[in-house]
Design a protein around this ligand. Structure first.
Ligand SMILES: C[S@@+](CC[C@H](N)C(=O)[O-])C[C@H]1O[C@@H](n2cnc3c(N)ncnc32)[C@H](O)[C@@H]1O
Length: 247
């Protein structure tokens, strides 16, 4: 019988790995560049790290304004899997309020320190579970970047469904997925990876492909009819898409 990737116990517990990243090498957990492999970054690396977030959000806003909503100016935004606040900070500049959620308390604490450092006053940061039940309000902008790809597909689909629910009518959602290139996580592969990580004393970061038929189906089922897709190269032969949608 063929087992689905997500049935393997070793890979299921991605949260523990993210908590370890948050505790030891949070910036490397967000952008896997060797120079970010320290608990505290040098001033130059810190500036460069946050500049990447500014640029990423600038491109996203440009796309939204040009192709989806020319008067895009959100009141209430959500950044799901916000990490150390790399995207929360630029979102705070265009949105009246922004909420960042993450599964790692250490990431959230680091994001709070970074928001203070950048004098961000309109961000609220929460520890999240998959249902995002801590959030009762709806959002007119929901963004998630480099997060779902690290969560096994079955679980990620449920989170995605919840984000579609949390998006208000008239709102814009931007979601990225990896759809090709993540290795099939056979049990033997997982054990090898675990051993390697144990020897290197580093947390485990895995990529998961998503079946785009399922994702498109979820989008259409939620009543959304307007969607734009951009291709992206996620490095290491992983290919992805960024979906822009309007509800
Ligand atoms: C690669 S980092 C990206 C951070 C941020 N989105 C950015 O681009 O700067 C992935 C983040 O997703 C968070 N994460 C992973 N699984 C999650 C889950 N199930 N719920 C919420 N956050 C999660 C991790 O703790 C980590 O901070």
């Amino acid at each position: 019988m063929a087992l689905k990737d997500s049935n393997f116990i070793i890979l299921k517990d991605t949260d523990t790995q993210w908590k370890k990243f948050g505790k030891s090498i949070p910036y490397f957990g967000v952008l896997s560049n060797q120079k970010y492999k320290k608990k505290t970054l040098s001033e130059d690396d810190f500036i460069e790290f946050f500049k990447s977030g500014e640029e990423e959000m600038r491109d996203i806003y440009r796309y939204i304004k040009k192709h989806i909503k020319p008067d895009f100016s959100p009141k209430s935004s959500l950044d799901f899997g916000c990490g150390v606040g790399r995207l929360v900070i630029p979102i705070s500049k265009i949105s009246t309020r922004v909420c960042g959620v993450d599964v790692s308390e250490e990431m959230i604490n680091e994001a709070r320190r970074n928001c203070d450092r950048y004098s961000v006053k309109n961000a609220t940061l929460f520890l999240s579970d998959d249902t995002v039940f801590c959030l009762h309000e709806k959002f007119d902008f929901i963004n998630t970047s480099k997060v779902l790809q690290h969560i096994p597909e079955e679980r990620g689909q449920k989170i995605f469904a919840r984000m579609l629910e949390l998006l208000d009518v008239g709102g814009v959602g931007v979601f990225d997925f990896c759809y090709y290139g993540a290795p099939r996580h056979s049990l033997i592969n997982q054990i090898k990876m675990k051993l390697n990580i144990y020897l290197k004393n580093e947390p485990l970061m895995l990529m998961h492909n998503y079946n785009l038929n399922e994702i498109f189906h979820q989008i259409q089922e939620s009543g959304i009819t307007d969607m734009h897709v951009l291709m992206s190269d996620k490095g290491h032969k992983h290919l992805g898409i960024r979906i822009f949608l309007a509800k």
